[in-house]
Design a protein around this ligand. Structure first.
Ligand code: ADP
Length: 228
């Protein structure tokens, strides 16, 4: 039984890579729970397995054993198509590098995932405009990513990640490429969006100042998720 307030649960997750005769174990009996509306920082050194944890939680990778339960659904044994549908509808990703489509404007980058989900172009554009305004980049809506600053690109990437109103936002060093003051500004925008929309977020960061502003901090130790 999943507690009413729980959005995401990792249960006894094992994740290893076969390295020829050796097994490289990244997650080993990892248990982790995210409550609805929580904003949690994942802080661990490079190579500790942060990306692996985020990809497993975000249904991009399957655990070798154990399960990932999102909004009451056990996802480990679902088909690839079912996992893709959940990812598209319920999970938003932000990476260290923006990964925006270079040939499309900021606005179009936010419209596209909504069209793929089946929204009308009018509704998708309306939401994209609102999100860009909310991220304070409305005036940059018709610019392509290359014409935007690093901080603006990340704000567009964040807007795109929440375009389909996901339940869960996963971010892998979202401000890792930015100078400290831009990082702080972008994080503030991200935080406001998460709080205002009641999103649940797990955010990997090396920035201890930003981590301190979240509800809770976890790290990875011997393949397990532990509070710090
Ligand atoms: P972090 O995000 O904390 O830097 P990662 O989750 O990216 O850590 O990686 C954890 C460990 O798993 C690293 O040692 C990395 O080299 C290894 N690893 C990641 N992906 C693969 C893969 N596809 N095959 C083999 N080893 C991998």
């Amino acid at each position: 039984m999943m507690a009413a307030g729980t959005l995401l649960e990792l249960k006894a997750v094992e994740r290893y890579y076969d390295e020829g005769p050796r097994k490289l174990t990244i997650l080993s009996g990892a248990d982790f729970t995210l409550k609805r509306g929580e904003m949690v920082a994942l802080v661990a050194p490079s190579g500790a397995g942060k990306s692996t944890l985020l990809h497993t939680a975000g249904l991009l990778e399957r655990p070798n054993s154990g399960d990932v339960i999102l909004d009451g659904r056990a996802c480990g044994r679902l088909s690839d198509d079912e996992r893709t549908a959940i990812r598209r509808n319920d999970i938003g990703f932000v990476y260290q590098f923006h990964h925006l489509l270079p040939e499309f404007s900021a606005l179009e980058n936010i419209v596209l995932p909504q069209l793929i989900r089946g929204l009308s172009e009018t509704a998708a554009r309306e939401r994209a405009v609102q999100l860009l305004d909310y991220m304070k980049i409305g005036p940059r809506a018709n610019h392509r990513p290359a014409e935007l600053s690093g901080g603006e690109q990340q704000r567009v990437a964040i807007a795109r990640a929440v375009a389909n109103a996901p339940l869960l936002l996963l971010a892998d060093e979202p401000t890792g490429n930015l100078d400290p003051s831009t990082a702080s500004y972008v994080f503030e925008a991200l935080e406001a969006l998460v709080r205002q929309s009641g999103l649940t977020a797990l955010i990997a960061t090396h920035n201890h100042e930003l981590a301190a502003r979240m509800d809770r901090r976890v790290t990875l130790s011997e393949g397990k998720v532990v509070d710090v």
